[in-house]
Design a protein around this ligand. Structure first.
Ligand code: NDP
Length: 483
């Protein structure tokens, strides 16, 4: 019997007055309900914002070290519940259990990292031109932060937004993706058990157009941090910006991996498959364009296809599964649409392209690892984010051509090159239009202590994680004291 999770507002678990719920289904077994959440109303969101605003007054007055203790306690509780959270994630959005455990562990590490942040410097002394004065800057919280998250990292993304927001003295309202809400509720249970003061952490579920839009519009919400699709992100930015709020948008990617003729081909093949197809291609940092120098194109393609054929696709709960299903029906249909589009526009299907229906796979949203050959920059599959297990092979002659093709998209999140040539590496670092630049490593993969974010249409140019998070989640007072 599945559980129905409630909203967590002002320190109380609450049922929505709408009387409606939203249910999450297992993408590996479409008829299995993983859990349900509240389909909340705009009034309930406004109540959450009022509670968060009230709680922020006392929360910001606590010493940073004390706020850090709460974060650390939440981390310890999450550690105790790691298995359950990871299992829920695999059942709700399909990624393999080891990946789900890895993500949950990442969430715990982020909480610990930001717990320590409460005792680090929060300003600078600046020499005044008046020798008898003391001048310094001091970082202060923004107030109430609205957190809107996608389904692809239902633990790590909420935590990498909530943890810095809280440690710097803000209170938060989390609105998770509907398709990841049950997993997010499990995370919020850990925060509840960590005894945060009432109203500091609030959780409200419901449709994006009501609760997400409401967070963008509510004047008690001083800042909104968002990860998800471009259209929704831009709309949120416009609304929050127009009312003078602060916003941070992390959106799509169309990440290139460049394979130079002098590279270690085996390593490049492994990184292409891991960076492109792990999590079923549903990471915003996944490689989707594989730009290969013509001298090794055929050799690389042959190795890539051979290894891709060895990938085991199945239920993320099975130990043998390397790649799970698409996370939900909408995503499954999107991937099929792009595969058809690739064929229509003249790309050659070199591997896969079909739904998998053998045995138990018929109950889920499975698509074969798919590789297109002869892809050119003018094709839709070379321009738009697919968010699925689809790789597009593109042939170029020189590294300069490769970088030009890599930059020929509206996005600029992550990019990688495989080469041993230091000149190529330096040119790539300089010329590639991406926030995450990776050499001899897959495009996916971020470290929590380093800045994360994209260029061009991938981001609003602010950065998340590590010390960079401070920029978004605080503002500054410049203090001048004269005796
Ligand atoms: P969305 O942008 O639709 O959803 C992200 C979050 O925004 C969810 O919490 C969603 O709620 C909420 N939301 C939806 N509509 C609104 C609105 N009008 N106002 C405010 N908030 C809203 O992304 P999806 O999760 O549907 O994924 C779609 C595409 O986005 C993917 O195919 C992929 O291309 C991209 N994506 C990119 C990610 C990244 O990390 N860069 C991550 C995930 C997706 P609800 O779930 O209730 O609709």
């Amino acid at each position: 019997m599945h559980k129905t999770f409630l909203n967590y507002i002002g320190g109380e678990w609450q049922t929505s007055k709408s009387g409606d719920i939203l249910s999450s289904y297992n993408p590996a077994n479409k008829t299995e309900v993983v859990g349900s959440v509240q389909k909340s109303t705009r009034e309930e969101l406004d109540e959450a914002a009022a509670q968060a605003k009230k709680a922020q007054k006392a929360w910001r007055k606590l010493a940073g070290a004390e706020r850090g203790n709460y974060l650390y306690k939440a981390a310890v509780i999450m550690e105790e519940n790691l298995e359950e959270i990871a299992t829920t994630m695999t059942k709700e959005m399909g990624k393999s259990l080891p990946e789900a455990k890895g993500e949950t562990t990442r969430g715990i590490q982020i909480l610990k990292y930001f717990a320590g942040e409460g005792m680090r410097s929060d300003g600078d002394v600046i020499p005044s031109t008046d020798p008898s004065a003391l001048m310094f800057s001091k970082r202060v919280p923004i107030g109430v932060v609205g957190v809107i998250t996608p389904w692809n990292f239902p633990v790590a993304i909420p935590i990498w937004k909530i943890a810095p927001a809280l440690i710097y003295g803000n209170t938060v309202i989390l609105k998770p993706a509907s398709e990841g809400s049950v997993t997010a509720a499990k995370v919020i249970e850990c925060f509840e058990k960590a005894d945060f003061p009432a109203g500091v952490v609030n959780f409200i579920t419901g449709s994006g157009s009501v609760i997400g839009q409401g967070l963008a519009e509510n004047k008690d919400v001083n800042a909104v941090t968002f990860t998800g699709s471009n259209n929704v992100g831009k709309n949120i930015g416009n609304i929050v910006g127009a009312r003078g709020g602060k916003y941070q948008l992390e959106m799509g990617g169309k990440n290139p991996i460049i394979i130079a003729e002098d590279c270690d081909i085996e390593a490049a093949v492994d990184a292409t498959l891991s960076g492109g197809l792990k999590s079923t291609g549903q990471k915003c940092t996944c490689s989707s364009r594989v730009i290969v120098q013509s001298a090794i194109y055929d050799q690389f393609k042959e190795r890539l296809i051979k290894k891709a054929k060895e990938i085991t696709v199945g239920d993320g709960m099975d130990a043998s599964t390397w790649m799970g299903p698409c996370a939900n029906e909408g995503q499954f249909n999107t991937v099929k649409y792009y595969i058809d589009k690739g064929k229509e526009e003249g790309a050659t299907l070199a591997l896969g392209g079909n739904q998998l229906t053998e045995g138990n796979l018929k109950n889920g949203y499975y698509i074969e690892p798919t590789i297109f050959d002869n892809v050119t920059s003018d094709m839709t599959i070379a321009q738009e984010e697919i968010f699925g297990p689809v790789l597009a092979l593109m042939k170029v002659d020189t590294i300069e051509d490769a970088i030009a093709v890599a930059n020929d998209v509206e996005f600029g999140l992550s990019a990688s090159i495989f080469t041993k040539n230091i000149d190529h590496i330096l040119t790539f670092i300089d010329d590639i239009e991406a926030g995450l630049v990776r050499i001899n490593s897959e495009t996916a993969g971020v470290e929590l202590q380093a800045p994360f974010g994209g260029m061009k249409a991938s981001s609003s140019y602010s950065r998340e994680q590590g010390q960079a998070a401070k920029e978004f989640f605080t503002t500054m007072k410049t203090v001048f004291i004269k005796g």
